[in-house]
Each structure stands twice: as C-alpha cells, then as structure tokens.
Design a protein around this ligand. Sequence first.
Ligand SMILES: *Cc1c(COP(=O)(O)O)cnc(C)c1O
Length: 360
Amino acid sequence: MVYRPRYTGLIERYRDHLPVNDDTRLISLGEGNTPLLKLNNIPRLTGKNVDIYIKYEGLNPTGSFKDRGMTMAVTKAVEEGSKAIICASTGNTSAAAAAYAARAGISAFVLIPDGKIALGKLAQAMMHGATVIQIKGNFDKGMQLVKEVAEHTPVTIVNSINPYRLQGQKTAAFEIVEELSCAPDFHCLPVGNAGNISAHWMGYSEYYQDGIVATRPKMLGYQAAGSAPFMRGGMVDEPETVATAIRIGHPQSWDKAWKVKEESQGWFDECTDEEILAAQKLLAEKEGIFCEPASATSLAGALRDIQTGKIPEGSKVVCTLTGHGLKDPDIAIKQSSSPVVTVSATLESVRDAILDNMAK
Ligand SMILES: *Cc1c(COP(=O)(O)O)cnc(C)c1O
C-alpha cells in the first residue's frame, strides 16, 4: 500500500503563502482540494473547440467556496482571542461561519434576509448552532448593520471585508495552476460582493510573481441581470434574481474588482435568470454536476462568450461552480423536467413506466 498523508485542509497545504505561524491553532474541516473536472458533453454541444474545466467548489465541507475563506478568518479570529463571529449572508457565508465556529468552540451570529435564503443554507446555520437573525431587509442592509454592530460589540466580522477571507480563497487559484501545470486563458466566476474574483486574481498573481506560472488568466465576472451593479456602473438598490447567493446590489469589493478587470484585461457581463437556470440544468443533465443557481452563472456567461467568439477557439477556460445544488432544492425541483411517475406497486405498472420513458 502506498502511504499518503491525511489531507488536513488548505492552510496546512499552503501555509507558506498564508499569514499563520507554527503556533497558530488551525480551525479546519478539510476544505479545499476540490475537483477540477473537464466537461465532456457540453463543449461538443457548442460546436466550438474549447476546453472547459469546472472547479467544483460545491464539494467543500459546507458546500461552497466560503469554507476556504472561513477556515482562515476563524483561525485568525481565534488566534486574536475572539469569542464570537458575525456576518451578513445570503446563506452560504452563514453556513460556513456556523460550522467553523462550532469547530472552534466559539459563537456565531448570522444576519440573513427574511424569506430570501435557500432552505439548505438555513438548515446548516441552524443545525450548527448559530444565532440566526432574520432581518426585514436584503443582504446589503444586513451588511451595513453588521459593520455598525461590530463597532459596539466584541464580535469579529467574517464577511469578505475580513482580509483573511480572501487569503484563504486565493488558494483555489493555486490548486488550478498545479493541476493544469499552467494558468488557464480565461477564468469565469459569478460575482456578488466580488470578493472571490479578487481572491482568485491574488492567487494567480502570487504564483505569477513567484515565477511558478508564466501567464495569468483573463478574469471574467458574470452577474445576474437583475443584480448587476458592475454592468450599471453603480450600486443597485433593489437587486432581484433567482440566484440568491449573488442577490447583492452594493458589492463590498467594488474597487478591487474593477482593478482585477483592468489588470487581467477581462470583462464583466450579465446573464438573465433564464440563462442561469438553463446552464444549471445543462450541467446537471449533460454532465452529472449539480450546482446551485448562482454558480451556474459562470458557465452561462462563458457559453455565451464562447458562442460569440469573445472567448476564442483553442482556449482553456475554467468556470468556478461556487456552491452545491443541494443548497437550494426548491428551485431545482421547480425547474426539473424529469417526471416523478406515480404508479401502482405492480410489475406491469412499473414495466410500463420504464418503457414509456425509455426513449428520453
Ligand atoms: C458568495 C457566493 C457567490 C459570490 O461570491 P462573491 O465573493 O460575493 O462575489 C457566488 N456564488 C455562491 C454560491 C456564493 O455562495
């Protein structure tokens, strides 16, 4: 048998690139090291010669990339003596904060928009023992409140304005470079607060400056059309989209993201809810990959730009799928076209049901 050391999370793996020392107690759930899957069937449907890879961040411990940032943010909060963390969240940050706080043995307080959070994410925050505070307002209002309350209360903010969050999240770029042996030509991400696109650029840039790669990708940030401040050139006060994880009108990393676009010579674009849901379904039906709606925005945008030639043939494209499909079962069931067939419990009925659906 070949001995392989137990994987113990991204801080341990990338400690040389992260602000920890030998005495730091690491708060980890084994996050990172997610699959980079090459799409087989969808590129063929486009009729274009492109390599599309999916970075499947839904396979992190709480089902989203937020774990990469949260392991760093909570590790540093504990190191600095904090006993409680707080965040505003469209869902996934609260799930991650709750889980890592439980692991660390500290308290978590999460502000979520009333009625606009996917069921799986709420279940996670509640199950991990966070105090869930639903506010009658959207994410942007929650973020504003968190900043204010943290000035008057001994709590550490673990939203992506916490610089350790981006430090942890940059490791996704390291993993991609190591597996491809180069940087991709294009890296596509859904954009909400724009922390993640900024973190990826930081990761690529560090490997570039260290001489590990000779190039950096063009960074492509896709937003939901009803929630696209980077396309409007200013804040959006009433963001709306089925992709609740990116239902954000006042991005916290506004300046950083514009810099990423300039430096990488990339671009922003927007996708309609219909395009987002179509891409989510395409991934599920043609590749066996289940992501939540917001995640599919990266592929929806990439496919359009591949069709129009903005992403030229011969390109190597990475799309980040930010969160797992099980996070939001309601939307999935609502738009599924696979019938649930109810029949009598007899051999004949079951056989007929199979034969009727065989051709599909
Ligand atoms: C947080 C999140 C995003 C947006 O990331 P930002 O860093 O806010 O741009 C996208 N998709 C999912 C599933 C998320 O949880």
